[in-house]
Design a protein around this ligand. Structure first.
Ligand SMILES: Cc1cc2nc3c(=O)[nH]c(=O)nc-3n(C[C@H](O)[C@H](O)[C@H](O)COP(=O)(O)O)c2cc1C
Length: 659
């Protein structure tokens, strides 16, 4: 290789400005060790070479293959079958022929970690995610030799970075891997690296995660982000530029989600938050680990549960008003399940004619259909004739049909959730709107209420509607019975923290809701509904990208009409989740309007009845006066955080009945 045209100063002069000439000279004297020269390690090497680092110790035992093409900088047609160390050495020397390289062709492990780290100023981890034993050995050696160590993990379309500096928390202390089986170690490594799990929301094809086979999906963007972020950490550590975040603090940037999270887990994986996360992750993955054939996706022959059980286990994530889950399931055979529905009219003032429950049944049927598509099954749903509307029975038939593809909404069934707190006011993109409008199908239409003036008018209406809700004696028992006070998750109700109130107001509400007398007293003398209405209705009513109303082709009157509407609602909501948008239904103004239109006496309080009538007219003016009777579902939408507290669901065992 010719060196006659190379000049270090000239080659790296454009670094000067962000590094001083003296710092550039210092970088030239540094030696960095990189283990693993795949997607992350290969990019690390070339990035640091261009930064002007003068020496490297490089370890990898592997050769390039076609499956590396999507992300590994060294993987090209001409490099297939060649050793990664050889190819990357050539690439790096082509940038700086004066590099001083020590190559470890057989990789690195406990046996040669000390040699690999000899005279090294910093270690940069580029090992494959699944290579835990060697990783632990190298980090332990770094700790003994007081060498700063940096690990950057490519996660989805983002990167998470952790730095372990001499004297600080060690890798082993943070991840707590000692004594655990391999699968548990992998979970601990993943959750420790990315406590925020920002990437979890957009994994659209979970079948690609094949933990037992040590394979997972990856992107080139994540590898480049890792190199960019880790390169910056290396610069700061080597040049002593200060303010380096060290474990138990970490950084996770997700380009897809437009989010940067600074994570902090004192105690690492011992932290209670991590322990909770690990518990959930274990439950999710345990079946996959114990049943490798289920991991291969196509032959998803999960031997522990039947296909109808697997489908219903997904379908139970269908949302319902107040998380009431007004259904149970009967599995007749592999081709036939029965939904036994009921409504909540006897105790819920928002469901006096069962319409909210009927919508939820439609949502459930659509969810079953989406979950069944994963198994190549088509769903036929038939309302059994002769049953009372209060207790509808629906027969679900599954039939295998060649060519049925997994529905792209399938991955979002369990991640979809309601967000009742303020959302971003950034307008929806034209493409997002178009996808949401397409999601409801040809029969239904979406009306948007997006302009600030209109959102403000609707927020005011919601504020007044909130007054109606919170002073209605008939709603008191409903509200009291649906809130679960002491937990962030509720299987059959709504956790208090998911309601959208600040902790102080929540405490006051808890006190007041012990009796109607207290509520009435607060309302009469202390304007008790004011703050809750500001927090629950006014602010969120403005703070969103848009409100939406889903319109049916004709006014919904029958059970079939409401179930068809529910199916459209679920496709709309899941599409919103796929687009990384949050949504909150705003059903009570529609419900009260329908009551007053149809002269349903929903309250003994005449003032409430009159207020509902007034608000109903105003809602009609705001939406589409000539079409308001077609409205079946209403809510607000926008980008937002995943709520910390959410309703979960009853376990499948509790929902399955025998005939
Ligand atoms: C038909 C229907 C009506 C709903 N109405 C409201 C509503 O008016 N206000 C609200 O905040 N949430 C409403 N929700 C949201 C549910 O309370 C929520 O979906 C349920 O508690 C489950 O929580 P999850 O969506 O987080 O899984 C409604 C949901 C459905 C399906």
């Amino acid at each position: 290789m010719s060196t006659n045209r190379f000049d270090y100063q000239a080659a790296f002069t454009r670094n000067i400005g962000w590094v001083s000439p003296a710092e550039q000279a210092a970088l030239r004297t540094k030696r960095v060790a990189i283990a693993g020269l795949g997607g992350v390690g290969g990019s690390h090497l070339l990035t640091l070479t261009r930064l002007g680092i003068g020496a490297f110790n490089l370890a990898d035992f592997d050769s390039f293959e076609l499956a590396n093409f999507n992300r590994q900088t060294g993987a090209t047609l001409s490099s297939i079958g060649r050793e990664k160390t050889v190819v990357l050495q050539e690439r790096a020397l082509d940038i700086n022929p004066e590099l001083d390289l020590n190559i470890f062709k057989t990789g690195v492990g406990a046996h040669n970690a000390a040699e690999f780290l000899a005279d090294v100023d910093l270690y940069l981890d580029g090992l494959d995610f699944f290579t835990l034993e060697a990783r632990r050995a190298v980090f332990a050696a770094c700790n003994c030799l007081e060498i700063p160590a940096v690990t950057a993990g490519p996660l989805g379309m983002g990167a998470a970075v952790l730095n372990f500096l001499p004297g600080g928390m060690t890798f082993e202390d943070y991840f707590q891997l000692e004594g655990h089986a391999e699968e548990e170690q992998l979970l601990r490594f993943l959750l420790g690296l990315s406590p925020a799990m920002l990437q979890g929301r957009y994994l659209v094809y979970p079948e690609a995660v094949k933990l037992a086979e040590h394979r997972g999906p990856s992107t080139p963007m994540a590898c480049e982000l890792c190199a960019g972020i880790a390169g910056t950490e290396v610069l700061k550590i080597l040049l002593d530029r200060g303010d380096v975040i060290t474990a138990p603090r970490g950084l996770h940037f997700d380009a897809y989600r437009n989010r940067l999270v600074k994570t902090w887990r004192p105690g690492g994986n011992r932290n209670p938050l991590q322990r909770l996360g690990l518990m959930v992750a274990r439950r999710r993955f345990s079946r996959k680990f114990s049943n490798p054939s289920a991991l291969s996706g196509a032959d998803a022959g999960d031997r522990t549960t039947s296909i109808p059980q697997q489908i219903l286990d997904q379908a139970r994530w269908a949302p319902s008003g107040d998380n009431a889950q007004p259904w149970c399931f009967e599995i007749v055979d592999d081709h036939h399940v029965v939904i036994h529905g009921h409504d909540t009219r006897d105790h819920c003032v928002y469901d006096l004619r069962g319409h909210a429950s009927q919508l939820a049944l439609g949502v459930l049927i659509e969810t079953i259909s989406i979950a069944a598509s994963e198994h190549g099954l088509r769903v036929e749903a038939r309302l059994r004739p002769g049953q009372p509307d209060t207790r509808p029975t629906i027969d679900i038939g599954f039939s295998a049909e060649p060519g049925i593809q997994p529905d792209p909404l399938r991955p979002f069934i369990s991640t979809r959730t309601v967000q009742r707190r303020p959302l971003s006011t950034r307008p929806l993109t034209a493409s997002a709107r178009a996808q949401l409008e397409a999601a409801v199908g040809n029969d239904f239409r979406v009306v948007w209420i997006s302009r600030f003036r209109d959102r403000f008018r609707l927020a005011r209406l919601l504020f007044q509607n909130g007054g109606l809700r919170l002073t209605l004696p008939e709603a008191f028992e409903t509200h009291r019975s649906i809130i679960q006070w002491d937990s962030d998750y509720s299987a059959d109700r709504i956790p208090a923290k998911a309601v959208g109130l600040d902790p102080g107001t929540l405490r006051l509400m808890r006190w007041a809701m012990a009796s109607w007398k207290r509520v009435d007293f607060l309302n009469r003398y202390l304007a008790g509904t004011l703050i809750p209405r500001i927090e629950l209705d006014l602010i969120p009513g403005i703070a969103c990208a848009s409100h939406f109303v889903i319109m049916a082709p004709q006014p919904a009157t029958t059970l079939d009409d409401f179930m068809a509407a529910g199916r459209a609602v679920q496709r709309f909501w899941l599409t919103a989740t796929r687009l990384d948008l949050m949504l909150q239904p705003e059903m009570t103004p529609l419900i009260f309007r329908a009551y007053t239109r149809d002269k349903v006496a929903f309250s003994s309080n005449m003032r409430s009845q009159r207020l509902a009538e007034k608000l109903g007219h105003r809602l009609a003016e705001l939406v589409l006066p000539e079409n308001i009777d077609h409205a079946v579902f209403m809510g607000r939408i926008g980008s937002g955080r995943t709520p910390k507290a959410r309703s979960i669901r009853l376990p499948l065992e509790k929902l399955i009945v025998s005939e």
